[in-house]
Design a protein around this ligand. Structure first.
Ligand code: AMP
Length: 306
């Protein structure tokens, strides 16, 4: 089952209360690909500069990530992002954003990606996300989109155009409030789902995630971890686990999306344990299964109603 992923591949510089990463490889599509490739082959669409390490691309290829759609601009620099987390690790300041190759990115969908059945639009300019949808000759079975407040501030009209064409939107709680103008997340979900996406996932960091669809709501907790080392990429990893599971099982029912949210949450819990993509590179299928089992234990309870 083909999964196409669009998003940034980047250099990140991360500072947390626990340490500094220096310049490491990151980017939304990098996290999504490392995560989703545990479940299904990935067709990647992105852009990097000549400074992006060839070894990083080789490592992704070895994982079953097809890089035909990744443009390498030899004489330019890769996207660079630097951020610093506050003590609570839920909030961060962006210190530097250098768009470099991302500033002029015009994605080209290779012919071999045209059979795409699942499309993951990582956080990028809405016009770029829209261009990928428009290049596909057949509408995928499911389109999932991630976005952020930045695009709501500077490109709301473009964002609304792309939202009208997608099935699932992933945002955090403050972004859901900004996009809808409603404080209640239940009211926010009603407003947002009228904009296009039939399913809405609201991420609440260490407090888990909510899935809305019509009158149905599902809640998945985040695994209580002793230590969150670096939350960068947790949202992208969640997205990769969510769509990876759906692509592997080929089932886009609400029931299966509940499982997909648990898979996404389990994968995100690995991501935050080390800097960058390091932990995602180390884990194998048995580690993932054990983590999912811990989730089942966390939320499973017997109750008899009299
Ligand atoms: P997350 O922690 O899930 O929000 O994602 C963090 C990743 O997003 C980092 O690896 C950054 O390289 C990437 N990123 C940050 N800002 C942007 C942006 N404006 N466009 C695309 N990717 C970005």
């Amino acid at each position: 089952m083909s999964l196409t992923v669009v998003g940034s591949m980047a250099f990140d510089d991360i500072e947390t209360p626990f340490g500094k990463s220096d310049k490491i490889v990151g980017g939304a599509a990098t996290y999504i690909a490392w995560c989703a490739s545990n479940f299904t082959p990935v067709n990647q669409i992105s852009v990097v500069g000549g400074d992006f390490p060839a070894g990083e691309l080789d490592a992704l290829s070895a994982r079953g990530v097809n890089l035909e759609g990744v443009q390498v601009k030899k004489d330019e620099k890769s996207f660079y992002w630097a951020g610093r987390y506050h003590m609570d690790m839920n909030t961060r300041d962006t210190l530097v954003t250098e768009l470099n190759v991302l500033g002029t990115f015009q994605p080209v969908v290779p012919e071999s990606y045209q059979d795409c059945e699942f499309l993951m639009l990582g956080n990028l300019a809405p016009s770029v996300q829209l261009s990928v949808i428009d290049q596909l000759r057949h509408k995928p079975k499911l389109i999932v989109i991630d976005t952020m407040n930045f695009w709501m501030d500077i490109a709301l009209e473009d964002l609304k155009k792309v939202l009208a064409k997608v099935d699932v939107l992933l945002v955090n709680d403050s972004e859901a409030r900004q996009l809808s103008g409603e404080y209640s997340l239940v009211k926010a979900a009603a407003v947002i789902t009228r904009m296009g996406p039939r399913f809405l996932i609201i991420k609440k960091g260490e407090h888990g995630a909510l899935l809305f669809h019509g009158n149905h709501v599902f809640f998945a907790p985040a695994l209580p971890l002793e230590e969150v080392f670096d939350p960068t990429g947790a949202g992208d990893t969640f997205a990769g686990g969510f769509i990876g599971h759906l692509a592997r099982t080929k089932d886009i029912s609400f029931e299966n999306m509940k499982t997909a949210i648990i898979v996404g949450s389990a994968m995100a819990s690995f991501c935050v344990e080390k800097f960058g993509t390091q932990r995602l590179r180390e884990i194998s299928r048995p580690d993932i299964d054990e983590r999912i089992r811990q989730f089942v234990e966390l939320v499973n309870f017997d109750i008899s109603l009299v």
